[in-house]
Design a protein around this ligand. Sequence first.
Ligand SMILES: *Cc1c(COP(=O)(O)O)cnc(C)c1O
Length: 404
Amino acid sequence: MNPQELFLSELKRLEESKTYKYETPLQSPQGGVVKVRGKKVIMLASNNYLGMSNHPKIRKAAADGIRKYGFGVASVRFLCGTQTIHLDLEKQISKFVGAEDTILFSSCFAANEGFFASLTNEKLGYETYKDVIYSDRLNHASIIDGQRLCRAETTDKKIYEHVNMEHLEKLLEEDRNKDYRFRIIATDGVFSMEGDLAPLPKLVQLARRYGALLFVDDSHAIGVCGKSGRGTPEHFNVLGQIDVLTGTLGKAIGGASGGYISGSKALIAYLRQKSRPYTFSNSLPPAIVEACKASFKLLSTDKSLVRRLHENTAYFRREIQRLGFRILESTHPIVAIMLGEASVAQDMSAALLKEGVYIKGLWFPVVPRGEARLRAQISAALTRKDLDRALEAFAKVGTAMGVV
Ligand SMILES: *Cc1c(COP(=O)(O)O)cnc(C)c1O
């Protein structure tokens, strides 16, 4: 077979295995209500948790960013791609999450990809050494790929069962007397398929007890979790106690793009020297930097956005259960509505779009077989009326399909 035929046969296989990813294009900005195929629909599938994606203040800041600092900087950071606004944003993030310092990346994927190898592949004065990474089974693809870049000869990689602290402790205990240089525990702050939170207090405790660095990716939590949106460390009252905190600017914080790592001054200074996606990839454009600065400022001054997100989430979680749907327990705006079979999730997502609700399903192999689900993501951009209209559609479609 030639390459084109191989691609086509793989596409055919994907389509038949029901893992084909269909894109449903929007004809409008992101928001609580969007336009799809000429029709207004309620958006329940976006990471636009705070409605910053099309917020007037954020749009204005982005436009001002272009006006004052141009469209692009045409350089990586260490050549001539650092503008004062990049340093301002880094300071602002540090202050917001309670860390000493912060380094920006073009995405959180790049941040995670850059982190692990920049520590483990460097000798740092050792001739021979071994590091070990303990990783939650459901960690994000970028954390997994980041660890793939660590050399097998010098890095042991161990997977612990999802949020299972007994299992993690057992692995740490087994390695207690081994002569490791770095021990790193890596977890998502919020897991995107279930909407559950990593048990940070226990993770902090275990990291301390076993001399490990704690790495937390708070992409789904920054701007979302905690009273003022500072993330899972605020939610669990362990602000400032996470050694390595990464996150995205592409979800609640405006939804454009960008990522960061926050940590100690020494770690961040070290990453500026050693992290390859930082050294060899372009600087964030001024429009995004200025918009993200405005976004963090808005978060710090206007508490109503996070409050509305939390109220909307509690309301939707309560009402969808009242309709008879089974959801995974959590407090996060990611609401996993459990349906079982992949075909049910697929049909229901299509039927809901017809009823004016945009929501996506997840099924094997993204989630375990027989645990297909719809994933609703609640936003502060949704009004109570939007939520009620969506719930009505759920009731109608759920009843027609015999799900409730
Ligand atoms: C979304 C997400 C990312 C990727 O963030 P980008 O900035 O879009 O690259 C990384 N980690 C987690 C846990 C995420 O949810």
